[in-house]
Design a protein around this ligand. Sequence first.
Ligand code: DX5
Ligand code: ZN
Length: 225
Amino acid sequence: MSVALAPSLLSADFSRLGDAARACEDGGADWIHFDVMDGHFVPNLTVGPIVLRALRKATRVPFDVHLMIEEPLSTLDQYLDAGAARVAIHVEAEPHLHRFAQHVRGRGVNPGVAINPGTALASLDEALLFVDFVLVMTVDPGWGGQAFIEGSLDRVGRLSEMIRRAGSRATIAVDGGVGPDNIAPLVRAGARHFVAGASVFSDGDVPGSIRRLREAAGSAGTLRA
Ligand code: DX5
Ligand code: ZN
């Protein structure tokens, strides 16, 4: 199994999102991470299903949708209809994770659950058996370009062990402050999917940044499946 990279458009130029999506495609991104914020679950406000639908026409790269919103089930179908390939909602925002996962999978989309840095991993215990991935937030969500919270490495390791013990097939995705300096230890701790905003978009060379991330991840050594 190899790592998958999902550049986050949150750090792209919002007046040229189509170009940013195409640059991700040129760089060989596995997914494009699409951050939805509602101004309530997090203080910031970003984009919604109309923008997602428009961007689907700009690239063949599948979209990884991260809903940082309250009451996510009330608008979930809009993101599924707009062409999401993967969708994560927050454990802090939705008690009915089984209903969510069943519904999303029924639409041929991969369901995931996201968890904030201050939320106990134990709150995922049961959900591990019915989601396809866990999106571990390694910053408090709301903005791109924040610093990786150091204790998160240990947290990914503990989650990896929980997943193994539960007999779950869920994979671990990491979101927040990921860059070439910390991706290899995260791979060794058990993460396989990486969201990266600032480290992909800040120097103007999106394909080169994706390549550097992939090389740094590869330096983690042989990956266990
Ligand atoms: C944070 C978002 C992230 C963000 C990551 O609230 O969920 O996806 O774009 O950006 P970086 O990699 O810059 O921390
Ligand atoms: Zn995100």
